[in-house]
Design a protein around this ligand. Structure first.
Ligand code: AHR
Length: 613
């Protein structure tokens, strides 16, 4: 029975309570939310990003074409261009099965080109069957300039190809094709169906751009001085201004990101969906298992200044240096920036905190109204997590970002997680969470857990499921909330749970009590998951098997973790009499290793109770 007391007022629930976390993982940006249809448009893919890449990845050449990186380039940060020989052509195959066009719709083509004498380019859209639109002709003359044309598709296709052919020699860069029909009709805009699915969630905030994407790699900038560093942290200044002047980056998830979807576009998107933007900046300590602290004080100071500049870019007047850049990009009015997060999943709490404090002091001195969000490291990091929380509490930090990914039973068992959090301590930003799977049981366990978040809305101020998007042909991480390919997109069961909560945010918690509810204690045999533990004292002969019967763990449990064996890797240990998995990075490896047993966390633990216990 449930007893509701409508006369007592519980915690206030903020409109911003539920949001989304967008990270460029699973090709969520290029080939995903960013509507560009040409893959590798600026020939910047490199084997340094991914061993299968070359500057001509996704391009097919007929005749002669060479990727060139010399002083004749389009600009300093867009290093490589294509030298196309006379009577030659290049054809781009887009993402997934190809370029998708819809009959009757308009597509905008553009290219930066240079040719010594008047050279005719023929641009065509075709698939294996025939043409998809009337071909266009462009005459290129002189130094680098942007040329445009548009197509109206005469047929629909999901296997389109874009071909640029030339009569005489020509240099090409930034070969681009955009649907005119982007979300809210924005130029350099977003893929409509995906953006609409996100908008339908009515998100209170958008956390971006990562994730591990932000806080790993070198903290150097993309310049000659840093040796044109390719694997570097996500730095917002790389991502603004005219797209042809933006750097590209080899991202944490193993592919090249164009930064066509950059900070201006993130702010614009947040505004378009009525959400508060919540950027994450690198903290000069690499998280996500890399665990390296940067001791370069000048570099730290530069990143702190970059963060101050970011706040000015978002909200400064048009007369300010960075506010002016925003205005030039088309948004003289400030964006509504109230929160900024420093760092992501820090495994070195002391090193992180020393740097975080410097970021916080500088931001608060200049922008006292901005909430600076700190970080706890991943929840399953044990002692590290506790140390981080202690440091955050002692320093009266406003808000701490927590992350966890667990099996559904964990979410059922931990509904009360925040009931015991200190009401006077830092508030919680649950920046990433998900149960391991996109099945109905996962969505249901998350819904049950979210009732606990909401009941504790005085402590948990912001929460976002993660990750948000996955292109089904380029998956690094699952589960994910919204799935897509070049033809369609679809929400998971977990998406429906999020939508239910996000579009029905209450004003206040109405206190209630329940009796006769089922126990949430994990049964020692039955469906349990990876973080399930058995007490050393009480059990013997413990076996953990996956749903398909594979034995993952078995031992006559003696309390010595080294005696445990398991498939798939991962660090397991015994702590305080509990058997726990401790290494989230190894767990990630198991997920991406493609072993189906690890995608179905419906594990079974069998244990024999010690006699007399
Ligand atoms: O959401 C996917 C990844 O999970 C994020 O990049 C990282 O913060 C976490 O480990």
């Amino acid at each position: 029975a449930i007893t509701v007391d409508p006369t007592t007022q519980g915690a206030k629930i903020d409109d911003t309570m539920y949001g989304v976390f967008f990270e460029d993982i699973n090709r969520a940006a290029d080939g995903g939310l960013y509507a560009e249809l040409v893959q590798n448009r600026s020939f910047e893919y490199s084997t340094a990003d991914n061993s299968s890449y070359t500057p001509l990845t996704s391009w097919a050449v007929d005749g002669t074409a060479k990727a060139v990186n010399d002083d004749g380039r389009l600009n300093a940060r867009n290093r490589t261009y294509l030298a196309l020989g006379a009577d030659s052509s290049v054809t781009n195959s887009g993402y997934n099965t190809g370029i998708r066009v819809e009959r009757g719709k308009r597509y905008d083509f553009s290219v930066w080109a240079r040719a010594d004498q008047g050279t005719r380019l023929a641009v065509s859209l075709t698939d294996a069957d025939a043409t998809l639109a009337e071909a266009r002709r462009i005459t290129v003359r002189g130094g680098w300039a942007k040329y445009t044309a548009h197509f109206t598709a005469t047929r629909s296709s999901t296997t389109g190809r874009l071909t640029v052919a030339t009569g005489g020699p020509a240099a090409l860069d930034m070969v681009s094709l955009f649907p005119r029909d982007t979300f809210k009709g924005r130029e350099n805009g977003l893929r409509k169906d995906l953006a609409e699915k996100i908008a339908a969630l009515d998100p209170g905030f958008v956390r971006f751009p990562g994730g591990c994407l932000v806080n790993t790699g070198s903290m150097q900038d993309y310049s000659e001085a840093s040796g044109w560093e390719r694997k570097r942290s996500y730095q917002w200044k790389d991502t603004i201004g005219p797209v042809e002047q933006r750097a590209t980056n080899s991202n944490f998830w193993g592919y090249n990101q164009s930064y066509g979807l950059g900070y201006y576009e993130y702010f614009q998107f947040s505004e378009d969906v009525g959400a508060m933007p919540l950027p994450v900046v690198p903290a000069l300590v690499t998280g996500c298992g890399q665990n390296k602290a940067t001791d370069d004080d000048a570099l730290l100071k530069r990143h702190i200044q970059d963060t101050l500049d970011l706040i000015e870019f978002a909200g400064g007047p048009v007369t300010s240096e960075w506010g002016r850049k925003r205005a030039l990009m088309g948004h003289p009015k400030p964006f509504r920036l109230t929160h900024i997060a420093v760092g992501n999943e820090e495994n070195l709490p002391n090193e992180f905190f020393a740097r975080f404090q410097q970021f916080r002091a500088a931001i608060e001195a200049r922008y006292p109204d901005i909430t600076v969000v700190s970080n706890s490291g991943p929840d399953d990091a044990g002692a590290t997590f506790d140390t981080a929380w202690k440091l955050n509490r002692e320093a009266n930090v406003d808000m701490v970002d927590e992350h966890y990914y667990n099996n559904p039973s964990w979410f059922l068992q931990n509904n009360d997680r925040y009931d015991s959090y200190d009401r006077n301590g830092p508030k919680v930003f649950l920046g990433e969470y998900a149960s391991w799977g996109n099945a109905f049981k996962n969505a249901l366990s998350e819904a049950a857990f979210m009732t606990g978040l909401e009941r504790n809305a005085d402590v948990v101020k912001l929460a976002s499921y993660a990750p948000l998007l996955a292109n089904e042909d380029y998956v690094q991480w699952q589960p994910d909330m919204i799935w897509f390919n070049n033809r369609a997109s679809w929400g998971s069961a977990n998406y429906e749970t999020q939508k239910l909560f996000m579009t029905n945010v209450g004003d206040r918690v109405v206190p209630s009590t329940a009796t006769g509810t089922p126990s949430t204690t994990a049964p020692i045999s039955g469906a349990v998951g990876l973080s399930t533990w058995a007490t050393t004292a009480a059990y013997d002969d413990v076996q953990v098997t996956s749903a398909d019967g594979q034995t993952l763990l078995s031992d006559d449990f003696s309390g010595d973790a080294s005696q445990w064996n398991h498939t798939g890797g991962g660090n397991w240990s015994v702590q305080d009499g509990q058997y726990v998995q401790t290494d989230v990075a190894a767990e990630n490896t198991m997920v991406s290793a493609g072993d189906p047993a690890w995608h179905d966390y419906d594990l079974k633990v069998k244990a024999t109770k010690k006699s007399g216990k």
